[in-house]
Design a protein around this ligand. Structure first.
Ligand SMILES: [Fe+2]
Ligand SMILES: [Fe+2]
Length: 135
């Protein structure tokens, strides 16, 4: 796989992380449950760190990170809906990263993606635990 193709895939991830960063930051402002709000805030910072890691891989290979995200969904203003949306975003990310590590043959990229998957799984687990406690 050439660098151009790798950059294209990494930009799919980059945009996903950008969207997660913004949705989680927003949710952390409006969630009234203090513990969930602080957790969501901390995880939004993790997602921004993932943006840095991906941008570093992209730029090193001659690309530029794309800031063209999809329209974001800020509509959910109940805690269960917010947690469900956040869990959905984690699952989408995990599935895409897993798909990519199967097809990318660049050791450095695969190493970073595996590390990110571990963190997304932890995020999903933490959101799920809160969702269970509420339900
Ligand atoms: Fe992430
Ligand atoms: Fe995450």
């Amino acid at each position: 796989m050439d660098n151009e193709e790798i950059i294209k895939l990494l930009n799919i991830d980059f945009v996903h992380e950008l969207e997660a960063t913004m949705v989680y930051a927003y949710n952390s402002f409006i969630i009234k449950d203090c513990e969930v709000s602080r957790l969501t805030e901390a995880i939004s910072v993790d997602e921004m760190r993932h943006m840095w890691w991906l941008a570093d891989l992209i730029v090193k290979r001659g690309g530029k990170p794309t800031m063209e995200h999809r329209e974001l969904d800020f509509s959910s203003d109940d805690l269960i809906g917010q947690l469900k949306l956040q869990i959905e975003k984690e699952t989408e990310g995990i599935n895409e990263y897993q798909r990519q590590i199967e097809i990318i043959d660049d050791e450095e990229v695969v190493g970073v993606l595996k590390h990110i998957i571990d963190e997304e799984k932890r995020h999903r687990k933490e959101f799920n635990e809160h969702l269970k406690n509420i339900g």
